[in-house]
Design a protein around this ligand. Sequence first.
Ligand code: NDP
Length: 272
Amino acid sequence: MTDRYAVVGNPVAHSLSPQIHAAFARQTGADLEYTRLLAPLNGFADCVKTFRAKGGRGVNVTLPFKLDAWQLATRRSERAEQAQAVNTLHFDGAQIAGDNTDGAGLIRDIEMNRGFAIAGKRVLLLGAGGAARGVLLPLIERQPAALIIANRTFDKAHELAAHFSRWGNCTAQQYTELGAAAFDLVINATSASVAGVLPPLHAGVFAPGSLAYDMMYGEKANLFLNFARDLGAAQSTDGLGMLVEQAAESFFVWRGLRPQTAPVIALLREQA
Ligand code: NDP
């Protein structure tokens, strides 16, 4: 019998997840169907329950429902619990298991695909929204030498640092307090590029050999990545690899198999 999965969001038409999971299914010989579900803004839980009642095995969750999914889960992984955001629901008997695979996706893309080890490095995380929250625990677990969160609304960065510093070195700073500090890895987890806005980073923020990473992918990431190269970033990448890696991690959560991601990333880059 065909196993059914879906990505739930609003909007959701832009989501590449159906293409990614179709590629994973071809690769692993899995008999599955993966569709998009547009949930009303106040109707996430009903949408998921209906899909489950019709035989759905699990869903991915995108904006703006990751907190709703966290609330709907009857059991949560530690990384989802601490992120207070769920992007993967697995219907496991009577349970709805919630997980967050965004952080694992980011780490795998940086470390495995880019060959950039985070341990001992100085990391600057820009943004304090859902995406930043989702990646903080996995980042701290890689044991960077420093992990600084900067955000337009400083209070949110401060709140995240206060929560996550119990797991390791993590502090919040105003952009103006960054001074002349240099970082080995700068991750843009803001959606500022959508508004054509660049973060107020100083010249010298990129240490020699540094990597600039924008979680956005495609054209929209170029504003930040070009800016980062102008400021001296040695390497730069958008978040397409993270997108595919978090999907692979969800596939593993659902099916216990880890698909190969490199051919899928290459396929999506070709089609872009
Ligand atoms: P949220 O809406 O939760 O957070 C947005 C963040 O961006 C906040 O920190 C906000 O700051 C900041 N921001 C927004 N507009 C501006 C601006 N004009 N100037 C400065 N800062 C701004 O979004 P998410 O955290 O969920 O997503 C952030 C990005 O990450 C998105 O682009 C999303 O597409 C991407 N993403 C990519 C994934 C992938 O797999 N590649 C996975 C998940 C997310 P403030 O607090 O001040 O409002």
